[in-house]
Design a binder for this molecule. Structure first.
Ligand code: ADP
Ligand code: MG
Length: 466
C-alpha cells in the first residue's frame, strides 16, 4: 500500500515536487493506527509536516484501512528505519528550472510528467471531517467563520466578498474553514472546486502540456465557487499570470473565489503587484492564534470525535486542561496530542494520567512559539560559521567566500523574521529587494538539491531559535 501511496503522490504532485520532498520519505511501521514515516533530515520533516501531512494522510487512508494518523521522524534520530530497497533511493536530480515548491518558474515541458486524472482538474477531495459543524468558533476565528458561512450559504446574485481571503499561520484552521465552505456549497447543489496551489499549478502545467489549457480554463470558469488553498505557493511567471487571469475572469463574472494563505496578500512576494491588489480587493480576514478557551473546546471536540470510534478512550478533565494549556501553537498539534494519548491508551490499556500525558506530548510542548530572531544575530552567527566578518556580509564584496554566507543570511532573515524583502535589503548594506529575492530563491533551490547544505541551514536555524 505504501508503494501505491508514493506512486499516487508522484502522479498528483508531479515529478519535481515529489523528488524534492517525498523521494526519501519512507514508511517505518504501522501500529495502533499510527503510521510512522521517516525522512533523513529535520528540515524535510518540518517541511512535510507543515505542508503535506494532510495530503499524505488522505492518500494513505484511501489506500489502506485503519490508518488514523501519521508521525514523521528523522532517520537516525530515532529507532532506525528498517532498511529496504526504497530507503536508499536518492532523489532524482532536479532540472535547472524545476518547479520546486518554493522556487523558480515551472516549465510546462518539464513538470508533472506523471499526470493524474486530478491533473485534469477534478479538484482535490474534501475531507469529510472538516465541516462547519466540526469547526469550533472562538474569538480569534469568529470573523473568518462568519464570513465563510455567509459566502457558503449565499446563493444567487453576484458574490459577496470577492475574493474572500483568509490568512493565518500553520494549523489555525484555514484549510478546515475552506473545506467547510466546500461541503456547504456542494450540499446546496452548487458547483465548487477546491484546489491547493500545487494542484492548481500542476493542473495548469499539465493542461498546457496536453494542449488542453483552454478546456482547463473553461472548466474553471464553469463553476460557482473556486476555493484555493495555500496560494503562497503559487509562483512561476506563466502560472501566476494564469492565476491572475483566472481570478479576474471569475470575479468579473460574479463567481465566488475563496483563498487562503499563510500571509496577507501584500506579502505574497512571488505574485505580480496587480494580482496581489486583486486578492486584497475583497474581504481579507486574519485568523488569530488560538486562545486557551478555544484550544480547550477544539480539544474536547477532537476527543469526542475519537470516542465515536474508540468508546473506551477516556481523558479526564485534569489531563485535558493540561493539554490545552501546554499545546499553544496550533490546532494541528492539538490533534497530534490527541492521537498520542489515544495510541498510548490503546497500546497500554491503561488510563491516561497526567504523568503519561506529559511524557506523550513532551516534544509537542517543547517546540511551541518559535523565538523571534533578529537580523543582526543571523548576520553574526552566519559570519562566524563561515569565517568572515559581519561587515564582509554587509559589504559590496563579491568573492564566493562572502557571497554564499551573505545569501544564506538573507535566506534565514526571510524565513526566520517577519521582515519584508525591502527591509531585509536595507539591513544588508542597503541592497535592493530583488537582490534579496534572488538570494532567497537560490538558497531554497540549493537546499533542495544538496543534503549537506540543507542540514547546515537547518542547524543554523536551530541555533538561532533555541
Ligand atoms: P491550516 O490550514 O491553517 O494550517 P488546518 O485547517 O489544517 O490549519 O487545521 C489544523 C488542524 O486543527 C485540523 O485538524 C483542524 O481540524 C484543527 N482545527 C484548527 N482550527 C480549528 C477549529 N476552530 N475548530 C476545530 N478544529 C480546528
Ligand atoms: Mg492548510
Amino acid at each position: 500500500a505504501w508503494q501505491r501511496v508514493k506512486r499516487r503522490l508522484r502522479a498528483e504532485l508531479g515529478e519535481d515536487v515529489f523528488a524534492s520532498w517525498f523521494a526519501r520519505l519512507e514508511l517505518q511501521d504501522v501500529s495502533g493506527g499510527v503510521a510512522r514515516l521517516t525522512v533523513p533530515t529535520r528540515f524535510l520533516k518540518s517541511w512535510i509536516e507543515s505542508h503535506y501531512l494532510d495530503r499524505v494522510l488522505a492518500t494513505f487512508r484511501s489506500e489502506a484501512d485503519g490508518i488514523e494518523s501519521l508521525e514523521v521522524g528523522v532517520r537516525g534520530a530515532m529507532a532506525p528505519a528498517r532498511p529496504g530497497p526504497a530507503s536508499v533511493v536518492k532523489p532524482a536530480p532536479r532540472p535547472a528550472a524545476s518547479p520546486g515548491p518554493a522556487v523558480d518558474i515551472p516549465e510546462p515541458e518539464r513538470a508533472a510528467r506523471g499526470s493524474a486524472p486530478e491533473g485534469e482538474l477534478g479538484g482535490a477531495p474534501l475531507d469529510a471531517r472538516l465541516t462547519f459543524e466540526s469547526f469550533v468558533v472562538g474569538r480569534s476565528n469568529a470573523l473568518a467563520h462568519a464570513a465563510a458561512e455567509r459566502v457558503a450559504r449565499h446563493d444567487g446574485g453576484p458574490a459577496l466578498y470577492n475574493p474572500l481571503y483568509f490568512h493565518a499561520g500553520v494549523g489555525l484552521g484555514k484549510t478546515h474553514l475552506l473545506h467547510g465552505i466546500g461541503h456547504a456549497v456542494k450540499n446546496a447543489g452548487r458547483r465548487v472546486i477546491y484546489l491547493t496551489a500545487d494542484r492548481f499549478m500542476y493542473g495548469f502545467v499539465n493542461a498546457l502540456k496536453t494542449q488542453s489549457a483552454l478546456a482547463f480554463k473553461e472548466k474553471l470558469r464553469a463553476i460557482d465557487v473556486l476555493i484555493l488553498d495555500d496560494v503562497q505557493f503559487i509562483q512561476g511567471r506563466s502560472i501566476q499570470a494564469e492565476f491572475g487571469h483566472t481570478l479576474n475572469a471569475l470575479i468579473d463574472a460574479g463567481r465566488q473565489v475563496v483563498v487562503a494563505a499563510d500571509r496577507p496578500p501584500t506579502e505574497l512576494e512571488a505574485l505580480d503587484e496587480r494580482v496581489r491588489s486583486r486578492l486584497a480587493g475583497g474581504l481579507v480576514v486574519e485568523i488569530g492564534t488560538l486562545d486557551e478557551a478555544l484550544r480547550a473546546s477544539i480539544l474536547q471536540s477532537r476527543l469526542e470525535a475519537v470516542r465515536a470510534t474508540h468508546p473506551t478512550f477516556e481523558v479526564g478533565p485534569a489531563v485535558a486542561e493540561y493539554v490545552a494549556k501546554a499545546i499553544t501553537a496550533n490546532g494541528r498539534d492539538l490533534e497530534g496530542a490527541v492521537n498520542r494519548l489515544l495510541a498510548h491508551a490503546t497500546l497500554t490499556g491503561a488510563p491516561v494520567t497526567l504523568d503519561t500525558a506529559e511524557t506523550a506530548i513532551r516534544d509537542l510542548v517543547k517546540n511551541r512559539e518559535p523565538k523571534r530572531v533578529k537580523i543582526e544575530d543571523i548576520q553574526k552567527l552566519v559570519a562566524s560559521r563561515y569565517n568572515v566578518s559581519r561587515s564582509d556580509i554587509l559589504s559590496e564584496r563579491r568573492t564566493a567566500a562572502v557571497v554564499k554566507p551573505r545569501q544564506i543570511a538573507m535566506y534565514l532573515s526571510k524565513v526566520l523574521t517577519l521582515r519584508s524583502l525591502p527591509e531585509i535589503g536595507r539591513r544588508f548594506g542597503g541592497r535592493d529587494h530583488t537582490t534579496v529575492l534572488h538570494a532567497v530563491r537560490k538558497i531554497e533551490k540549493a537546499i533542495g538539491e544538496d543534503t549537506a547544505l540543507c542540514d547546515e541551514v537547518e542547524l543554523l536555524k536551530r541555533m538561532l531559535q533555541d
